[in-house]
Design a protein around this ligand. Structure first.
Ligand code: ADP
Length: 412
């Protein structure tokens, strides 16, 4: 084997600080004079220090690489047995070798040789005629640094991926937990509600007004807990992408009528004045009726919740033919939302603190974020404007393109 551990008799033996790093370099070049020159250059460099092993053929180099670890590989572009780029490919394809960063050197290579070397995965390309001790040492150091950076980035990326997988698994576990708890609680809760309702109706015997009042509160609390669990289940289903839209060609007028029917008792109880403004006729279009009812009922419910008795709620619907969209705006004359809170009301679990305490307790701060996700599933948008102390407007914009006026859209 023509393996030469090059020792240059004329090069000074440098007194290198023992803390200094020593970079192990494998040099593969069939030109003994050039091998000699490289060692001479590298042995003159003080920091870092280099330990060079040299071979004259790719086959010998491969044996060296299999047996020892190197920080960098210096390869001649045209070796007798393989070209420099073939050497890189051979090393890259070898399962037993972790190829170090490779610098290709050529006596007469031009741009095309450089491009070929880089394409093959070379860390750098050095024309031999311009090589000096400094440029050689710098190229090796740069290639090593770059490879280390790549390696640490790859390690970090693997760690991040691992962390991400763990988070996903945890998230799924939490979702399952929510679902199990919600289902487990909902059944006894429904039973408790039923017993309270029966007692309220006097089925279990006559009750006095004060008892009626207490039982009504108990019934409301059951409804509130059920609504909160529904929100939790809904959120976990949205997260798990389990919500599928069932679009049908529907009339928004019908949807609005059904929404108001569902909140009519609350509106009457708070003596709220309702205005409906539907400026143009809205043609029936394709959307998931139940889901849009859920969104509008939620916005109406909030408007009622955060508006003092005697206030006004306005529902305005308009069709923008040019923008191919329909807008549903629900305004109230309620407590309003401060600008700093407004930016976050669509965030999960966000509830406005402070004076809103009067209004708190009914939800989990999930309603608006659920509404936002349902609207997004329809390729629509939801937004809010508000003036603190004066009221708020929540606007839902749904696309109403020609395609979803006429034909059934692809189900999401
Ligand atoms: P929650 O179910 O707790 O009401 P939401 O996601 O529906 O949660 O709303 C988030 C927060 O946004 C509420 O806690 C409330 O502070 C504020 N908010 C929503 N709608 C209105 C409104 N019409 N007027 C004033 N504040 C509102």
């Amino acid at each position: 084997m023509n393996l030469a551990y090059l020792q240059d008799p004329v090069a000074p033996v440098l007194d290198v600080d023992s803390d200094e790093e020593t970079l192990r370099v494998l040099l593969i070049d069939d030109d003994p004079a050039y091998r000699h020159l490289c060692l001479r250059y590298l042995s003159n460099v003080e920091s870092p220090s280099f330990e060079v092993v040299a071979t004259s053929t790719a086959a010998e180099g491969l044996v060296e690489l299999e047996a020892n670890e190197f920080d960098c590989l210096l390869v001649d572009y045209a070796l007798p047995d393989l070209s420099g780029t073939q050497v890189i490919r051979t090393f890259q394809n070898s399962s037993s070798i972790e190829a170090p960063p490779t610098i290709i050197m050529t006596a007469d290579g031009g741009e095309s040789a450089a491009a070929e070397a880089v394409r093959a995965g070379a860390a750098d390309f050095l024309p031999k005629r311009v090589v000096s001790a400094q440029s050689l040492a710098r190229a090796i150091q740069n290639a090593v640094d770059k490879a280390r950076l790549h390696k640490s980035a790859a390690v970090q990326s693997r760690e991040l991926q691992h962390a991400n997988e763990q988070l996903q698994a945890k998230n799924e576990e939490i979702q399952r937990f929510y679902q199990i708890v919600s289902h487990e609680v909902k059944t006894p809760l429904a039973a408790a509600r039923e017993f309270i309702a029966l007692t309220l109706d006097g089925i279990a015997g006559p009750i006095v007004d004060y008892q009626k009042e207490i039982l009504t509160h108990a019934l409301d609390s059951c409804d509130q807990i059920a609504a909160q669990f529904n929100d939790l289940i809904e959120m976990t289903r949205l997260d798990a992408k389990k919500i599928i839209l069932h679009k049908e060609k529907s009339s928004l007028d019908d949807v609005v009528t059904r929404c108001f029917a569902s909140v009519s008792m609350a509106i009457d109880a708070k003596n709220i004045y309702v205005k409906k403004r539907i400026t143009t006729e809205i043609p029936p279009f394709w959307f998931d009726c139940n889901r849009i009812i859920q969104v509008i009922s939620n916005l109406l419910g909030n408007a009622i919740k955060y508006t003092e008795p005697g206030g006004t709620i306005t529902l305005a619907i308009s069709h923008d033919a040019a923008a191919e969209s329909v807008e549903i705006a629900i305004s109230d004359t309620g407590c309003g939302i401060a600008p700093s809170d407004l930016a976050q009301v669509f965030d999960r679990l966000y509830q406005v603190d402070g004076e809103g305490d009067d209004y708190m307790g009914a939800g989990l701060g999930l309603g608006l974020s659920i509404a936002q996700e349902i609207v997004a599933l329809h390729d629509g948008e939801i937004s809010a404007t508000s003036v603190k102390g004066e009221g708020s407007t929540f606007t839902v914009r749904l696309p109403i393109r020609q395609s979803n006026l006429e034909s059934e859209e692809t189900m999401k």
